[in-house]
Structures are given as structure tokens and as C-alpha cells.
Design a protein around this ligand. Structure first.
Ligand code: BEZ
Length: 328
């Protein structure tokens, strides 16, 4: 082989090696709606760092918080098209597309965050994730969560009648809308990043929220009455685009599943660890605290169940699993 041929074949070999290396190395984009300071976003950043390290620098993940890539509905569409690789999403948007996920929002399905964690780590909850690839073209890797839902309001809410006519901010999804409609409020769907301004400018009278966000995003500056009701859990899910998934090797899929799940599970552990202190901090503020339980929402729950028992057949199985896990 003369020198020119040698150089040509070496260049070809390098080119082929680069091409195959490039086909495997990826910079994944991961979208989410929570701000950089939120627990979920910190977990996504930690997952990104960990994946880069565990892949020996071959893969990287760029995290886009605060709805930079669009709201959750838009991110789901982007993942279906394959233009977004991954996301950490509330189950809200998934429940808008697969009714059975609405069952996870059944009022008083669980008693507290410990109970929620046990249910989300159960096989029954895991089986729901298996619906996602066929029904919406996403791979559900695992669950995280936020704290239990409470109601923060500008005026006092001390009895079920006080909810009537309240313009109450909800995360945009149907099971929660139905719950608050049944409770007599005028639910107003607003994504998390818009909530502070809506409270500040009087667009809403009350918000459905968890302790962490109430504390971290200082919603209590704009509304001085907290109804501690623990009426719903609030799961999160780590997802990967089905189109992107098909392009990945078995080894890369395994790496993503184990690495992402470790961080999603870490979110659940952090909520368990942090919620008592967050509740104590809110109780220590100069705001009015009222407590409510299932009896407070009795009529709304009955109405909600009559709709969702049929819409989400998984509800019966989840309630059975929750009952078993309640006594464990
Ligand atoms: C919300 O919509 O209330 C919410 C979304 C993500 C994390 C926490 C709360």
C-alpha cells in the first residue's frame, strides 16, 4: 500500500470509528416544570451528573427546568415526536391521557407521605407504568413524588361551605378538577410557575399545593390561611421518549433505568425526611391553620368516586393495595 492509500484508509478507519462512537454518545435533554431550587429539579441535576459519570463521560443530560421547553402537555408531545428525550413530570398530564392514572389522585387514597411512598413503591403502581409505552409512546421509568396536597387561601376556610365559589388554583388535570368542582369551588387550572403572580394579583382566592412549594416559593406571603387536609398524594414520574428508547442499546437502557430510578427514589426519601420540618415551619408562621380530614370532603369524595370508579378501573386495585399497606 503506498503512502497516499495508507493515509486514505487510516482516515476512513478513523471516520468509521468516529461515526459509530457518535451514534452511541448522546446529550439527552430533560425537561421539567419545577424551578431550579425545587427538590425535583435538584434530583434531575444529580441524575444528569450521575449518568455522565456512570457512562464514563459518553452520555450527558442537559436539564431544562421552569417550563423552558413548554408546559407538561407540550413536553409530552415533544417526547412523542422524539424531539425531547426525557422529562420528570407530574402524573397530572399522564392522567389526562390515560384515565387509569387518575386513580392515583383518589381523595384520601393514602393517609400521609409514608403511606404514599409505600403505594408508589408497590407492584400495583409499577404495573400502571407498563401502560405508558403502548398508550402514549413514553417509557415510564419510575415514580417520585411531592408532599400531600393542602389548601392555602386568602380568606379562612373552616367549613365545607367556605369552599363554595372560591376561585381555587389547581394543577391542570381532570381528577383534581372534578374533586374541586364537586366541592363547590370554581377550579382554575394554572401551572406551578404562574401561581405566585395569580395569588398576588387576586386572580385566584386559594391554591391547591404541598407544604414544600408553599414554603419554598413563599406562597404564604400572599395568602394567610392554611387548611391542612392531606387530601391527595402527588406522584411524579420519570419518563423517556419511546422513539428515543428504541434507538438505545440494551446496556444504555439499563443504565438509564437504574440511574434515574435511584434519583426518583431519592426524591421520595427526601419528601419523607423533609415534610415534618416543612409542616412545622408553616405552623410556626403568622398564618391561620385549620385541620380537615376525609369527613370534611365527604360529599365531594362520593361524587368524585361515582365518576372515577368507572373511568379508572385501576382505582379498585389501588384502593385494595392501599388498604393492605395502611396496616403494615
Ligand atoms: C403543582 O402543580 O402544584 C406542582 C407541580 C410540581 C411540583 C409541585 C407542585
Amino acid at each position: 500500500m503506498n503512502n497516499i492509500n495508507k493515509i486514505a484508509s487510516t482516515t476512513l478507519a478513523i471516520g468509521l470509528a468516529m461515526a459509530s462512537w457518535n451514534a452511541q454518545a448522546r446529550d439527552f435533554r430533560l425537561g421539567m416544570i419545577t424551578p431550579p431550587s425545587h427538590l425535583w429539579t435538584q434530583a434531575a441535576e444529580a441524575f444528569a451528573e450521575d449518568l455522565a459519570e456512570r457512562s464514563g463521560g459518553e452520555h450527558s443530560v442537559s436539564v431544562f427546568p421552569s417550563q423552558q421547553l413548554g408546559n407538561e402537555a407540550q413536553m409530552v408531545q415533544q417526547m412523542q415526536a422524539g424531539s425531547l428525550d426525557m422529562a420528570f413530570l407530574t402524573i397530572a398530564e399522564i392522567s389526562n391521557r390515560i384515565d387509569d392514572f387518575g386513580a392515583l389522585y383518589a381523595p384520601y387514597l393514602v393517609d400521609d407521605v409514608e403511606h404514599a411512598a409505600r403505594l408508589l413503591r408497590s407492584d400495583v403502581a409499577g404495573e400502571l407504568l407498563e401502560l405508558m409505552p403502548a398508550e402514549i409512546g413514553l417509557v415510564g421509568v419510575g415514580y417520585g413524588m411531592s408532599g400531600m396536597r393542602q389548601i392555602l387561601s386568602r380568606g379562612a376556610i373552616e367549613a365545607p361551605e367556605d369552599l363554595r365559589g372560591q376561585r381555587l388554583r389547581i394543577t391542570p388535570f381532570e381528577p383534581i378538577r372534578d374533586f374541586y368542582l364537586a366541592a363547590g369551588t370554581a377550579p382554575m387550572p394554572l401551572p406551578l410557575p404562574d401561581v405566585y403572580d395569580a395569588l398576588a394579583n387576586g386572580q385566584v382566592d386559594a391554591i391547591d399545593m404541598d407544604f414544600e412549594a408553599i414554603e419554598a416559593l413563599k406562597f404564604y406571603d400572599q395568602a394567610e390561611h392554611l387548611l391542612i387536609s392531606n387530601h391527595m398524594m402527588f406522584p411524579m414520574v420519570g419518563v423517556v421518549s419511546g422513539r428515543v428508547w428504541r434507538e438505545l442499546s440494551g446496556e444504555d437502557r439499563e443504565l438509564i433505568i437504574t440511574t434515574m430510578n435511584a434519583h426518583l427514589d431519592g426524591v421520595i426519601d427526601s419528601v419523607l425526611e423533609r415534610e415534618p420540618a416543612q409542616e412545622a415551619a408553616l405552623r410556626g408562621l403568622d398564618i391561620t391553620i385549620t385541620e380537615a380530614d376525609e369527613r370534611f370532603f365527604r360529599e365531594a369524595i362520593a361524587q368524585w368516586e361515582s365518576t372515577w370508579r368507572e373511568r379508572a378501573p385501576a382505582l379498585a386495585t389501588l384502593r385494595e393495595a392501599a388498604a393492605v399497606l395502611r396496616v403494615e
